[in-house]
Design a protein around this ligand. Sequence first.
Ligand SMILES: *Cc1c(COP(=O)(O)O)cnc(C)c1O
Length: 379
Amino acid sequence: MANMWSGLLEEYRNRLPVEVSDPIVTLYEGNTPLVRSPRLETRVAEASAGAGVDGSGTEIYVKFEGANPTGSFKDRGMTMAMTKVKAAGTQMVACASTGNTSASAAAYAVAAAIGCAVILPAGKIALGKLAQAVMHGAQLVAVDGNFDDCLRITRELTEQYPVALVNSINPYRLQGQKTAAFEICDALGDAPDIHVLPVGNAGNISAYWMGYNEYFGRKVTSSIEDSALHLKPLTTKLPRMWGIQAEGAAPFVVGHPVDNPETIATAIRIGNPASWAYAAAARDDSGGLITAVSDQAIMEAQAIIAAEVGVFCEPASAASVAGLLALASAGQVPAGARIVCTLTGNGLKDTATAMEVRGDVTPPVIAPELSAAVQALGL
Ligand SMILES: *Cc1c(COP(=O)(O)O)cnc(C)c1O
């Protein structure tokens, strides 16, 4: 019997603002791996012990969103947003992007058979992401400015021309993105105790909080009526939301927008988050926090996740694990907690940054003989 995953809008139709008449635009996104990591659990226990705190017995999972069709969680929002654009008959979409939004918008515009314009900061996009937008046929415009400038221009463009905005200020994006929380609860049988994720424009933390609340049977503020509150609650608790920013781009930590955000993690290089109010509510209502980690801690975490979990994520994604380890070192991880870290995007999008911090990685060149290989491998 055919049993194909049918994409997020079909799988979670009863909890999404999908009308019977909507033409579903999908690349069969979602259903991403939730991977338990004993070695991260050991690291958290050791870091906690260093702070004189019992952090043993945790269950730590990574939700690998890099396994989505275009390699990031952005696809969850894009299937929903693009379906509504198609339903409205609009012929073109536009987005400002640090890279992954444009990759996703370009691919879903292909699936919807409409045009796509991408407004990006000149010279600050990882090559893999740029290649995706190019290959999917988007029209690219590079702005001599930062992401916040790009978003302002895109907003003005879509207000004045028949072009639909698909950045996360499009409320349908967050509706689609909340399904990641559903998948986690479905997989674990309940919500986790703590959810850790990187925060850039702050749409994703807002979307997860919305998703966890809906499974718990509670409404959170959003600009779209939550459709599924008549459904029976599926979870018994809500997680604490731990948002992680990069030190050079940490508006939530300093308490105000940052003019010139700077970090190696380009996907969270954002100084003026669009979803500020929702994210602050997620932090406060959940009894959570938003903190920042250094670029060095981010790159170390990326290496740890690759070498000890077996998942290659991009730098911004690794901020979640970097934050978790830092909070463990500060004695803040409770013993026995069940923790999920979102790894938002795929490391293959930006191999240059990962390799750069490794220095010289040229492998030894040997003669074409088994004995030479054996010797080089030290066997
Ligand atoms: C977009 C993105 C983020 C940031 O998500 P926000 O919703 O903007 O907070 C983090 N990591 C990756 C890989 C992303 O593409």
